[in-house]
Design a protein around this ligand. Structure first.
Ligand code: SAM
Length: 215
């Protein structure tokens, strides 16, 4: 009950970012505390990133909301996420694409894959597939995708991600090292690609073949 009130307060605070109602509704429905290590759950509805172990974080709710809003997610879409982390962003997208849509989400750290699978199961999501892999070059097996979201910062926009996007599709990706920009990339129906910066962001690095190299 306490969590519900805190979640309502959080969603009210996100309205300053002009987020679509559908995204706010999804955030209102999802128990974010289930995606956070137990000792940190009291801060689950504070608009901040939180540590999830292995040097990684669950993104701040406003960042999840802004990226989902930019991508204009719709019922029935197939989505690829690079950087599963806790599984929370995948859950928000799973709400938005509904039972006829599907989220494929790729994470390179094995214990986080297990953490996210458990969190998604506890929260009741069945339209999400979590994959252990270096996702810096996307995941061609289930391509092509209506939308791709990258939740870690790349040195540049990886070409395979553009290839795996459907014509008419969109990709949201942070690019840069210390100074990062969030890019929204659109692929027209004729395959022409446009990219637009949506402002400064702070994400952990994309590590891998098309990322910052292996640690
Ligand atoms: N979306 C997550 C959530 O809702 O909790 C937050 C993701 S966290 C900011 C970024 C994640 O990207 C980390 O879990 C990190 O291990 C992962 N990552 C970094 N490089 C990756 C790669 N090449 N492939 C897959 N995941 C990667």
């Amino acid at each position: 009950m306490e969590y519900e009130k805190e979640r309502e307060r959080l969603v009210r605070s996100l309205r300053v970012h002009n987020i679509k109602e559908s995204v706010l509704d999804a955030i209102l429905r999802i128990p974010r505390h289930l995606f956070i290590p137990e000792g940190l759950r009291r801060d689950a509805y504070v608009d901040t990133p939180l540590p999830i172990g292995h040097g990684q974080t669950i993104s701040a709710p406003h960042m999840v909301a802004i990226m989902c809003d930019l991508l204009d997610l719709k019922e029935g879409q197939r989505i690829l996420e690079i950087g599963t982390g806790s599984g929370y962003n995948a859950a928000v997208m799973a709400e938005l694409v509904g039972k006829t849509g599907h989220i494929y989400t790729v994470e390179r750290i094995a214990p986080l894959v297990e953490f996210a699978k458990k969190n998604l199961m506890d929260a009741g999501y069945t339209n999400v597939t979590v994959i252990l892999e270096d996702g810096s070059g996307g995941y061609s097996e289930f391509s092509s995708y209506d939308r791709i979201i990258v939740t870690c910062a790349a040195p540049d926009i990886p070409e395979p991600l553009i290839k795996q996007l459907k014509p008419g599709g969109m990709l949201a990706i942070p690019v840069g090292d210390y100074i990062q920009q969030l890019y929204l990339v659109k692929k027209d129906s004729d395959g022409t690609v446009h990219k637009e910066s949506k402002g400064g962001v702070v994400f952990v690095p994309l590590i891998g073949k098309y990322g910052y190299g292996y640690d």
